[in-house]
Design a binder for this molecule. Structure first.
Ligand code: 5RP
Length: 230
């Protein structure tokens, strides 16, 4: 699986040119991309990156990749990031690694987003992977009730679980928020659900990435498949 992730990362790297500003994703697949990008940078490629998490920041710094912020640059040319699920509309579930908020801010500030993944991430409909929803700790009970109502309106239902870290404590995001993982099953209308979730005051962002990915690079046993947004 790691070899497939690295192949997808290498394929995305072919679309990187000198002088680009890049969004640097988070997760095990994006980690391969940052690693390979670092090799190119050490060989002389000039790019500047905006990391989507503190983990990616640390890795990029170690790799010698020059970093900037969205306060210093207007737009990014390209973001390369992984995903937990990708559907045929190129809508995504992200946030398995807990970085969904920064990932979405960076992707939305980018002219293009390439998603890199192994083929197991491709699904007919989003929702088999529990949908991460980043929430404000204050008033969690009210937010959970509002989430339930939004799910009912969108025609989905399922268990919600407050994410815990490996140490058993509540997982805290880089932004100081919590994550509720929502086990919904098939989400028939992901754009509608995304809109309903974003209207809840205690919700910071959901892991539904609608209309952001321009290209998906999927690595499988039979090779690389590239799907472009139509
Ligand atoms: C992190 C993410 C990751 O991109 C997503 O979880 C995929 O990770 P991996 O490449 O390790 O499967 O959204 O918040």
């Amino acid at each position: 699986m790691e070899a497939l992730k690295r192949q997808a990362a290498a394929c995305a790297l072919e679309r990187v040119a000198g002088g680009m500003t890049l969004g640097l994703g988070t997760g095990s697949t994006a980690r391969h991309f940052v690693d390979l990008l670092g090799e190119k940078v050490r060989a002389g490629l000039k790019v500047v990156g905006v990391p989507t998490s503190e983990a990616t920041r640390a890795q990029a710094e170690q790799c010698g990749i020059r970093l900037t912020t969205l306060d210093e640059v207007d737009r990014l040319d390209l973001t390369v990031d992984g995903a937990d699920e990708v559907d045929p509309a190129l809508d995504l579930i992200k946030g398995g690694g807990g970085a969904l908020l920064r990932e979405k801010i960076v992707a939305a500030a980018s002219d293009r987003m390439i998603v890199i993944a192994d083929e197991t991430k491709w699904v007919d409909a989003l929702g088999r992977f529990p949908l991460p929803v980043e929430v404000i700790p204050f008033g969690l009970g009210a937010t959970r009730r509002a989430l339930e109502k939004a799910f009912a309106v969108a025609g989905v239902s399922g268990q919600m679980a407050l994410r815990k870290g490996k140490d058993g404590h509540v997982f805290v995001t880089d932004g100081g928020h919590w994550i509720v993982d929502c086990h919904l099953g098939r989400i028939a209308d992901a754009p509608r659900l995304a809109g309903l979730l974003n209207a809840i005051p205690g919700v910071v962002e959901s892991g539904l990435f609608i209309g952001l990915a321009s290209t998906v690079v999927l690595a499988g046993a039979s090779g690389i498949r590239i799907v472009e947004r139509r």
